[in-house]
Design a protein around this ligand. Structure first.
Ligand SMILES: [Fe+2]
Ligand SMILES: [Fe+2]
Length: 341
């Protein structure tokens, strides 16, 4: 796949992806994701311009995925997509402590590719997420919308950059398998890529989780080691010392550390990367027993970030050619050059 008009070689089918030339750092990206037009059927889904339009059309149709966890029960709306329900059912069934350990072994080698951030976006530009409110826009658009909303609110540069890269861990779909819940297509299982996370190794908190009726399907809940309030953890051990259902958050957090870019960020930034999908804690107020001193700072930062992530679904599509040089400047400062993926 050509990137930025250069003669790069990206092997998208093997386990290792390489690009042979270095990217110029300030050039605007040549990639231009194809947007799905509102009102069009695309594969199995109909795309609506916004949640209200979907509400008017058919809130219960299985062909609709616009409604999601984040504009479903969490804010009182009733519309639900069967696709999203299925996503969470599969997520609860498969995401056990052992599964997470297997995913960690598979992904934390970071030997799949060497890519710049821009190249990573290019590879992800046709990815559509089965559990995200921003279902009808390519990830790079959601990334820029989030970053721009943070920038418009005069938040620090590091937070703008985190807004840009926070979902980039979904690039695992490039090398993942549908058998592991990491399919690339929206009709393939993606339960190890996205969706609200939880702590594995202790009891699932029904009161703080989306679709808690699926909790009983989680095999760990039959295991006395894992099905108590504290499970394998000690109260007060700290939110960053827990193990989470595996997905793009954890991957991106570890990827930044692996590439030694963590030293460029404040600790809150890393907490946002890792825990922005951890709704049962940052929104549901569960797992309080594990908090330690300093976790309140993380909580505030994640809640602050979350408003831009959720509500950056602006109708305006950001002008990438104009904006990219600014963000490339931030990339060069915080996550520069070719990175191990
Ligand atoms: Fe995310
Ligand atoms: Fe996001």
């Amino acid at each position: 796949m050509p990137i930025n008009g250069e003669d790069n070689e990206v092997n998208t089918s093997s386990n290792t992806t390489t690009t042979s030339s270095s990217n110029s750092t300030n050039a605007a990206p040549a990639f231009a994701p194809t947007l799905i037009e509102p009102g069009k059927e695309t594969g199995k889904f109909r795309v609506y311009a916004n949640a209200e339009e979907e509400e008017e059309n058919n809130t219960t149709s299985s062909s609709s995925t616009f409604a999601s966890v984040h504009n479903g029960p969490r804010n009182g709306k009733t519309s639900w997509a069967q696709g999203v329900r299925k996503h969470y059912e599969l997520m609860r069934i498969h995401q056990t402590y052992d599964f997470v350990e297997r995913m960690e072994k598979k992904w934390f080698t970071f030997d799949k590719a060497k890519l710049t951030i821009k190249e990573a976006f290019t590879l992800l530009d046709d990815y559509v997420d089965s559990a995200d409110p921003d279902i009808n826009v390519p990830n790079v658009i959601h990334a820029l919308q989030t970053a721009e909303a943070i920038r418009a609110a005069n938040k620090p540069e590091w937070m703008q950059l985190i807004g840009l890269i926070h979902d980039l861990g979904k690039l695992m779909c490039q090398w993942g398998t549908k058998e592991d819940g990491q399919g690339r297509r929206v009709d393939e299982p993606q339960y190890a890529l996205g969706g609200d996370t939880w702590v594995v190794g202790c009891q699932l908190p029904d009161e703080a989780m989306v679709l808690p009726e699926f909790n009983k399907l989680n095999p760990d809940m039959q295991n006395p080691l894992y099905n108590t309030a504290n499970g394998i953890y000690t109260p007060g051990c700290g939110i960053m010392n827990l193990k989470y259902a595996f997905g793009h958050d954890e991957y991106m957090y570890r990827m930044v550390i692996h590439n030694k870019c963590d030293k460029n960020f404040p600790h809150e930034a890393l907490a946002i990367l890792r825990l922005h999908s951890f709704y049962p804690w940052h929104t549901g107020n569960a797992y309080k027993q594990f908090e330690m001193e300093g976790d309140d700072k993380f909580l505030l930062a994640i809640r602050d970030f979350n408003q831009f992530d959720l509500y950056s679904k602006a109708s305006e599509i950001p002008d990438m050619e104009t904006l990219w040089p600014y963000y490339q400047g931030l990339i060069d400062k915080y996550v520069p050059g070719k990175l191990d993926w």
